[in-house]
Write a protein that binds this ligand. Structure first.
Ligand SMILES: NC(=O)c1ccc[n+]([C@@H]2O[C@H](COP(=O)([O-])OP(=O)(O)OC[C@H]3O[C@@H](n4cnc5c(N)ncnc54)[C@H](O)[C@@H]3O)[C@@H](O)[C@H]2O)c1
Length: 286
């Protein structure tokens, strides 16, 4: 099987832009598909900002920054994914949107050996695989935020993923991108979110019930448990819409009250208070 050189990424938000960046920094040719021209411009700007930050921090030379950008094409034309050997889907955590996106990717990618991967945090891979004519090529490849910084990738084969596709995805994440790979069964939340989400939701319930302030809840976990950030600040970093959607998928799968998104989280998402990306969540930004 040929080595992966041509990668596609669908969605250039928080995660897709990071996945495109690390792929291009590893020397791969990257096509990123976005929804429309304004989203293409915003996505490209996100990648440029992140690369400029890497240069400022001395992690990337000016020449490598320019070469990396030269390997990334952001477009809203789906046909540009036609010759890709691996595509990572990173559109919002909305099941019908992801199912439709997989249907579309399946139609445009011509290489029968191509790996069709999802960065979903919680939607069962099987649901996405069954939207395609090649479920054996579909797998979860779950990165962590910020992608250029955090080393972990969860690899999530479904019951139908072929060993060859799983091996190819694992080699892409570890040998090519230098990530550390752990494997999970195809259960909503996989390993990390199955443990993390109940903790984040508990902190939101604690705030909602007036138990303590947001500052004190976060300070408690930073100063008392040596966590790099508190649970409310982490929810803001992930995006409250994403936290809500992941919790909802896990609740749908397991029907356990600990996964049910609390009303405070639902109302904040209704209000557009999504955390860092909107400027305000449990804390204020910018
Ligand atoms: N935020 C996190 O910390 C995190 C961590 C790991 C995994 N994830 C998962 O990654 C995925 C993306 O999350 P995110 O935080 O990057 O979301 P985001 O909202 O920042 O980005 C999603 C992007 O998808 C684009 N998009 C929407 N519809 C599209 C379409 N039809 N075609 C192409 N692009 C489209 C949007 O314009 C947006 O730029 C979700 O499945 C999420 O669960 C998120």
């Amino acid at each position: 099987m040929s080595e992966i050189e041509r990668v596609g990424v669908v969605g250039c938000g928080l995660m897709g832009s990071g996945i495109a960046e690390v792929s291009a920094r590893a020397g791969l040719d990257v096509v990123v598909l976005e929804a429309d021209q304004p989203a293409v411009d915003a996505g490209r700007a996100r990648i440029e900002t992140s690369l400029a930050q890497a240069v400022r921090r001395g992690k990337l030379s000016e020449d490598d920054r320019a070469a990396t950008l030269g390997r990334i094409r952001v477009t809203w034309e789906a046909d540009a994914l036609g010759d890709r050997q691996l595509v990572v889907e990173a559109v919002p955590e909305i099941e019908p949107l992801k199912v439709e996106t997989f249907r579309r990717i399946d139609k445009v990618v011509s290489d029968g050996e191509a790996v069709l991967a999802s960065n979903t945090s919680s939607i069962p891979i099987m649901k996405l695989a069954m939207a395609t004519q090649r479920p054996e090529q579909v797998i979860g490849v779950h990165f962590f935020n910020p992608v250029p910084v955090l080393p972990l990738v969860e690899l999530v084969p479904s019951l139908l993923t072929s060993p060859a596709a799983a091996e190819r995805a694992a080699s892409f994440a570890s040998a090519t991108l230098g990530k550390h790979v752990i494997r999970s069964q195809d259960r909503a939340g996989f390993v990390v979110n199955a443990l993390l989400i109940p903790y984040l939701l508990s902190s939101i319930r604690m705030l909602e019930s007036g138990f303590a302030t947001a500052e004190d809840i976060d300070t408690g976990m930073v100063q008392g448990c040596a966590h790099p950030m508190g649970p409310l600040a982490l929810s803001d970093l992930i995006g409250l819409d994403t936290v809500m959607a992941v919790a909802q998928s896990m609740y749908d799968e397991f029907k356990e009250p600990l996964y049910a998104p609390p009303p405070m989280l639902l109302r904040m998402v209704d209000a557009g208070l999504l955390g860092r990306k909107s400027g305000r969540g449990f804390h204020q930004y910018g």
